[in-house]
Design a binder for this molecule. Sequence first.
Ligand code: ATP
Ligand code: LTN
Length: 344
Amino acid sequence: MSEQIVNVQENKEEPKKRIFSGVQPSGVLTLGNYLGAIKNWVTLQDDYECLYCVVDLHAITVRQVPADLRKHTQEALALYIACGIDPEKSCVFVQSHVPAHAELSWVLGCNTMFGELSRMTQFKDKSQKHADNVNAGLFTYPVLMAADILLYGTDLVPVGADQKQHVELARDIAGRFNGVYSDTFTVPEPFFVKTGMKIYSLTDPTKKMSKSDPNPKSYVSIIETRDETIKKIKSAVTDSDTAVRYAQGKDGINNLMSIYSSFTGKGYDEIEREFDGKGYGEFKAAVGEVCADGLESVRNEYARLVKDKAYLEEVMKKGADTASYLARKTLSKVYRKVGFYSVK
Ligand code: ATP
Ligand code: LTN
């Protein structure tokens, strides 16, 4: 493949740092994914060389309905673009389209200790949640994630706090491999764009808002209708107090204040003043409005894009070409270093 068709490549004069991140197509993306991840990815595109992946290989660590997985993969890609990721600036692709992820994952797995993987809290959480399907993939999930990151010489990995342990493991694996086989991988840094940006479930505000939650009332989907969003926020679980205040024990209100703040840019003091003497009903209606308004352009753009399958597939193909080119270079180096026999 020629260098010209690769839009993400090492710029020899002014090297930009490289970023890699991904979301699993395990459901319809939520307000949590938007505010906690994708919205931040958009702002990084000009200053970094970004690769944004739809990590479908990771998604099958939990049982998926095949037709839904296919649909959610296409939807996730359309949503990345609808949220403002520009495929001309960033490499947008689907993980299973680049076989090097699975290939590197095997080699890295042979350089990762059982004990290290046993300590991963996401494995412990997910194996409790899916006790009937504690499969080997769920256990080796972080190795595949390390492969995603290390294949591209990634400098920074923008993720939510829940993924910090996985990025640290990727660093440990890279460091160990470099020690044994000589310098091969860039050791990545986790990159938390906005601390505290965690959105909680609307039905249980002590739990993270999650796209795989079986109760759709617990999350705001980025693409549901305006009325649905307003209705869900209106019925969000709060407390028996009446004052709109950010305080300990008021998880539901704190969560709504954080959502309101993200869309309006207002601080908590200002929000408290704005709703002084007004009840929860009025506050919830206002949060619903700003949230529905804030997502409107994404919704509209998504509705247009999702119908354009030809365009989405073109983006997928171009992204996979770019990513494959970069990934192959790393994989060949790794294969050589570990001693795999190569024939010209
Ligand atoms: P699942 O429900 O399948 O476990 P999820 O909705 O929790 O998935 P992921 O695909 O695991 O989402 O995460 C994608 C990105 O979105 C990660 O960077 C993660 O930190 C971020 N993210 C997910 N949920 C939230 C949330 N509620 N608040 C803030 N960020 C979130
Ligand atoms: N495990 C991540 C998704 C993910 C990822 C990655 C994020 C898979 N591979 C590489 C950053 C870099 C999650 O569940 N949020």
